[in-house]
Design a protein around this ligand. Structure first.
Ligand code: C2E
Ligand code: MG
Ligand code: MG
Ligand code: MG
Length: 288
């Protein structure tokens, strides 16, 4: 199976970067197999406009459904996939699948896909994205790529060139988990990110801790001066939401609205369930 999984071969044939302990090796073999046997699924979490509360997009979050029914979360297999190189074919699968599902979303709703630093270093990312968009006849602006903050610090010319190529295709770039890494505000400007996602750790505290509120305010202020959209991650309460509106944060995401789930479970998104948009209570048209 390893031989058929394209770049997944790296795992099998480069023992020097392979996993040492038996458990990791077994997991690695299982994961390689998972890609070929349809055990991967994408759950979607809505991205909400703070003012109108309309759904303006969905973040694609990867899940691994084991044959015994257990659902494995990304934090439990993405790091391994990054270490052994499997993240490249895995990430390619996520991009293709998410872009394919865009056809089921309303036209003005986009999809956000997380990309790993390893994918960015692999020079094929722009070509992968281009081919995914072309084969589904989708415009680049409906796709947003989320790049975690500490990645961009590897400021190589290859990474820079990839990001520029993607932006020329209209693809949007979001800086994920902002505030957790080596917060280089300079990158916001340098790489022309379209969006900053303020990490959940600040959102969970800013209504009670002055320091977190200060970070939130500074981020919103800086981003808006640079023309960059702000999104608050991990919004769980109405109180947070109301204060975010007062602070001028543009978008929000979190359990207050919905956890990530299969796209067919959202009302108003025509999926396998066949529910039509006419029945859409969370319709995307702004209320105001
Ligand atoms: P992330 O990109 O920062 O995604 C947000 C995470 O926060 C998700 O966890 C989501 O379920 C969770 N979350 C959302 N709202 C709330 C909330 O209100 N409260 C709390 N406590 N949590 C909330 P998840 O799905 O377990 O994903 C974890 C991380 O795994 C993601 O963090 C992302 O870095 C990574 N990941 C997920 N899918 C992919 C993928 O396809 N490729 C790559 N490279 N990484 C992925
Ligand atoms: Mg993300
Ligand atoms: Mg995040
Ligand atoms: Mg995160």
């Amino acid at each position: 199976e390893a031989k058929r999984s394209g770049r997944g071969q790296m795992c099998a044939f480069r023992p020097e970067i392979g996993e040492r302990d038996d458990e990791s090796r077994a997991l690695q073999a299982d994961l390689m197999n998972a890609m070929n046997s349809e055990q991967l699924e994408i759950h979607y979490q809505p991205l909400i406009d703070v003012k109108t509360r309309a759904t303006i997009g969905y973040e694609a979050l990867l899940r691994w459904r084991r044959p015994d029914g257990r659902l494995i979360m990304p934090d439990d297999f993405i790091p391994l996939a990054e270490r052994c190189g499997l993240i490249v074919p895995l990430g390619e699968w996520v991009i293709r699948e998410a872009v394919r599902q865009l056809a089921d979303f309303p036209d003005d709703v986009g999809v956000a896909v997380n990309v790993s630093p390893v994918q960015l270093r692999d020079g094929n990312l722009p070509a992968t994205v281009m081919s995914a968009l072309a084969s589904c006849d989708q415009p680049g602006h409906r796709l947003e790529l989320e790049i975690t903050e500490n990645v961009v610090l590897e400021d190589s010319s290859a990474v820079r060139a990839s990001l520029e190529t993607l932006q020329k295709m209209g693809v949007r770039l979001a800086l994920d988990d902002f505030g957790t890494g080596y917060a280089s505000l300079n990158y916001l400007r340098q790489f022309r990110f379209d969006k900053v996602k303020i990490d959940r750790s600040f959102i969970s505290e800013f209504t009670s801790r002055k320091e977190s509120l200060a970070v939130l305010r500074a981020t919103i202020d800086l981003a808006s001066n640079l023309g960059i959209t702000t999104l608050a991650e991990g919004v769980e309460s109405e109180e947070q939401m109301e204060q975010l509106a007062r602070e001028g944060c543009r978008q929000a995401q979190g359990f207050l609205f919905s956890a990530a789930k299969p796209i067919g479970e959202f009302t108003g998104v025509p999926g396998q369930t066949g529910s039509g948009l006419a029945a859409a209570p969370h319709a995307l048209a702004p209320e105001a």
